[in-house]
Design a protein around this ligand. Sequence first.
Ligand code: SF4
Ligand code: SF4
Length: 410
Amino acid sequence: MNKIAKYNCIENLKKEGNPIIIVTLVEEAEAVLNSCRELGINVTAFCDSESRKTKDKFCGLDVVHTPALKKHYPDARFIIANPNIKDCSRQLSELGYDEIYSSLEILEKYDVNKHTHKWPVPYMAQKITVAKSTHSSYFDEKKTFLRSIDIMITTKCSMNCANCCNLMQFYVDAKNTDEKIIEAVDTLSSNVDYIGEFRIIGGEPLMNKDWWKIINNILEKDSNRKILVYTNGTICPKDEHLESFKGKNVNFYITDYGKLSKNVEKMEEGLKRYGIGYMRKPADNWVDCSNVRQHKRSVARLKQVFKECCAKTYYTLLNGRLYTCPFIANAANLKALPDNKADYVDLFSEKKENLKNRIRRLVNMDAFFPACDFCDGRPNDPTTAKEYAGKGFIKAAIQAPGKLPFKEYK
Ligand code: SF4
Ligand code: SF4
């Protein structure tokens, strides 16, 4: 099939011509800009689908809201930094552009150690490796490739955010999910061609006392695996646990909720002490997507909600099942929607000979899942989304006084 985005770009982009725009403000975008400057490619601006990200300059350049690109740049050349090259290139093509390139060739020889970045070197190095693999897989349709897998090791959280998009606010009986995690990870790994990043999540993953053992077990099977631990900075990891990650591909992503993240400083000190890469980011506002309710949308509307969704490749492993996003994973786990086998792949009960195909079909879904009808939608920008039923931008991490009720399907 003809790809919208092209691989060969350096020689084209070095020539005088239409303005050059780097697509989306992902962390990797800074590396793409650095590399362009090194190669003699003159970048004009960045663009991003989230309007709130376009207010300030990024690395000294303007950031244009993607839906408004044509107004500012009727003709332009694009370099996609975002790992989700498929969605980005489709969006640009629908806007009427055709000079769209992957950043793969540009990042091919990029040396992360030779440049300064907003984020620590080990974290950037991992991001760039994953982005390069994701773009490679875009050009190789025969392979089943997961940019990342969210491994839910607990549904317990040390916070109780009323609008948690992973639906923790509904778990009355939250528990660890570690019993067969390693077996599930291995079954998944042996039935796909590549997994870019193994993201350890919850709830709050450090609520599971064995969190560090799980990580080490995942790495024991394959030390090339890349781990990213998503934490809210409320629990300080023990020194001996951090020490066990020394020299391994383990990075942390800390969401800083201000006063609520009461151990964030200590966590940061510990990570620095053991040379573990991390990113600490303030929570910002959220796009509300925390409701589970049926919308009875038409097929066309379901396709639209899925098309606009920014979470549809946040593949999630929960209790031996592979889902396409954390919303479906947790709504199904809570029984907050009717059980539908089209929404997931059960890694333990699916026939071995069918597994590869079932996973491939789930990963490459282009239309929608039945569960999407129970979701308000999760667009990058709720102000421009055509099919979205949530509250829009909301304050992050408002704490609920207790667990919230929901309709259960028996
Ligand atoms: S959003 Fe809040 S409740 Fe949900 S996992 Fe993060 S900290 Fe926990
Ligand atoms: S249920 Fe569908 S629309 Fe909602 S987050 Fe998941 S993939 Fe996106």
